[in-house]
Every structure is written in structure tokens, then in C-alpha cells.
Design a binder for this molecule. Structure first.
Ligand SMILES: [Mg+2]
Length: 306
């Protein structure tokens, strides 16, 4: 890649006190706070699979490709430090595309205090592919995992669910500040972010935790978009809320007293709702309006290999 482009990148990189050396050397240097461990996640998105450049601006593609990574950092109860961006550009129009892409990436990076500290930019005769690796930190042994939910813990969620395809999948805010507050001031036994659908992701969390979960359907926060989508899809809004992907909200296992405290205090920059509880009986259960409990099949988005 041309030197002028690397310079342009370097000039835009947001300084971070934990990144003494970023773009422009053979590798970056990150400073880890004493008593902390690194939290690392990576995610790849491809034109034609995860988005279509014919429908979405490169700026929003860039924003989203970083946002999904920061959502995973938040899901671990960690703080973000730096992100590394690797891009395969289509040869024709590649540089203009790259600049627009990076505009979206830098904008979000500044908002959520992650330094773009390195990466790689290649071109080829294929479609646009972006891989971002985000690095954060958490106090040693304190990062949230999917394992750890206990029977009796309440299922708390941030925000609302469903219909993200109507816009939120591009514009969502990774829940880093909510996670930072909770990691510091609350007891969280397990957590994850909802990327593939509330019921599917919750089923993954209980698999790891070795327990079950009861969702009280009436308490699931349904987004306006899920209601709107339901009008044209022929499915109920609650179905969209349970199975649509890309909500990028947090699901948390919180002990009952703590949950009560959080629900009445609402200390986050996003509403916190209890949608049910973790139970001993394995599997996912739905509590209907009549109070009866029935098995709930997890539904959501899964990448298929053939
Ligand atoms: Mg995740």
C-alpha cells in the first residue's frame, strides 16, 4: 500500500495511553494495566455475505465491522484498548473505498476509546473482506464468561430485541459503558452479547453454564422494529425478538438480590430488563401468558458450512 495512505491512517489514529506504539512500525506495543489480563476477539465480515456494498455505504460497513468486535469486548466485561484492522480491497476503486471504510472505523474508535494500532491493507480481484481484532483488558480472573450462570440467577438484558435488519444492525452502540459500570459495581455470574438471536445465544450460554433458562415471554423487551417487521413478515413481534440476529445487546446472569437492586436503580445508559431466570432443568423454557411452561426451541442465525 502507498506510503501516503499509511501516513493518512497514522495521522487519524486516536492516541491511547495504553498504546505507546501504534501504526507505522513492525508491530504495535500495548501496555497492560497491573493485575489485568488481555481480552482478545476477532471477527471477519465479507461483501456479499455479511453486507452488500451495493446497499450499504463503506462508512457504515467500517463502523459495523469494528462495532461487532467491541460488542464482544463488552460481553466479556472488559475495557477496550486497541483494534487491528486487516482489509482485502477489490483492486478497482480500492483506495477510495478504503478511505470511506476507515472514516467509519475511526469515528467509532474515537467514540469508544479504542486505538487503531495496526493492521494490513491488501488488494485482490475478490470482494471486500474486513477482519478486525480488538484487544481489551479485565482484572485477572474477573472477565465475564458464558459459564457461571446458576439456578436462581435472573436473566437481565440491555436494550430491546428484534427487527435489527431495519437499521440497528448498522447503527447499534456496543455496550461498553454499561459493561464497564457493571464490571465495576455489580455481581455478574455470566454474560454474552446477542449477535445471532436472543433464544439461540441464551441456549449457548446455558450449555456452557450447565443449567437451563426460563424466559417469561411477556417481559421480553420487543423493539419497535420487531413490531414493524412483524406486520410484513407474518410472524409475531415476539418471534422476531427471540430469533432475529444482530441485536448486540448484553445478556447477564445476576443473582436475585443484585438484580432487584439494578432493576430499580437503572444505573446504565440503556434500560435493563429482567426476562426470566436460570433454572436447574436443562434446556430453554418459555413461560406463556397463562403461566404455563413449555420447551422453547432456540432459533437464530448460524453460518452454514457445506
Ligand atoms: Mg459474542
Amino acid at each position: 500500500v502507498e506510503l501516503s495512505f499509511v501516513r493518512w491512517l497514522r495521522d487519524r489514529a486516536v492516541p491511547h495511553r495504553q498504546v505507546p506504539l501504534g501504526i507505522g512500525d513492525d508491530a504495535a506495543l500495548l501496555a497492560v494495566s497491573p493485575g489485568h489480563e488481555l481480552v482478545v476477539t476477532t471477527d471477519m465480515v465479507m461483501d456479499g455475505v455479511d453486507f452488500r456494498l451495493t446497499e450499504v455505504s463503506p462508512r457504515l460497513v467500517g463502523r459495523k465491522s469494528l462495532a461487532v468486535n467491541l460488542s464482544d469486548i463488552a460481553a466479556m466485561g472488559a475495557r477496550s484498548i486497541a483494534s487491528f484492522v486487516s482489509v482485502s480491497l477489490p483492486r478497482s476503486g480500492g483506495e477510495q473505498l478504503a478511505r470511506e471504510l476507515y472514516e467509519g472505523i475511526f469515528e467509532l474508535a474515537a467514540e469508544f476509546n479504542t486505538s487503531i494500532a495496526g493492521g494490513d491493507t491488501n488488494s485482490w480481484d475478490g470482494p471486500l473482506v474486513i477482519n478486525i481484532t480488538a484487544v481489551g483488558e479485565a482484572p485477572i480472573g474477573r472477565a465475564w464468561r458464558r459459564a457461571g450462570a446458576r439456578p436462581g440467577d435472573q436473566i437481565l438484558v440491555t436494550g430491546d430485541f428484534g427487527g435489527s435488519i431495519l437499521g440497528k444492525h448498522l447503527s447499534f452502540s456496543p455496550r461498553l459503558s454499561a459493561a464497564a459500570w457493571l464490571a465495576e459495581y455489580a455481581t455478574v455470574h455470566a454474560a454474552m452479547d446477542v449477535s445471532d438471536g436472543l433464544s439461540l445465544d441464551l441456549s449457548r450460554l446455558i450449555d456452557k453454564s450447565g443449567c437451563g433458562a426460563e424466559i417469561d415471554l411477556a417481559r421480553v423487551p420487543i423493539s419497535g422494529a420487531a413490531v414493524e417487521l412483524g406486520r410484513s413478515s407474518g410472524e409475531q413481534a415476539i418471534e422476531h425478538a427471540l430469533s432475529d440476529g444482530e441485536d448486540f445487546e448484553l445478556v447477564l446472569a445476576v443473582p436475585p438480590m443484585e438484580a432487584q437492586r439494578l432493576l430499580s436503580a437503572q444505573p446504565l445508559d440503556v434500560p435493563l430488563t429482567c426476562i426470566g431466570q436460570f433454572v436447574k432443568d436443562a434446556g430453554l423454557w418459555a413461560i406463556g401468558s397463562d403461566g404455563r411452561r413449555e420447551p422453547l426451541s432456540p432459533r437464530g442465525y448460524e453460518h452454514r458450512l457445506e
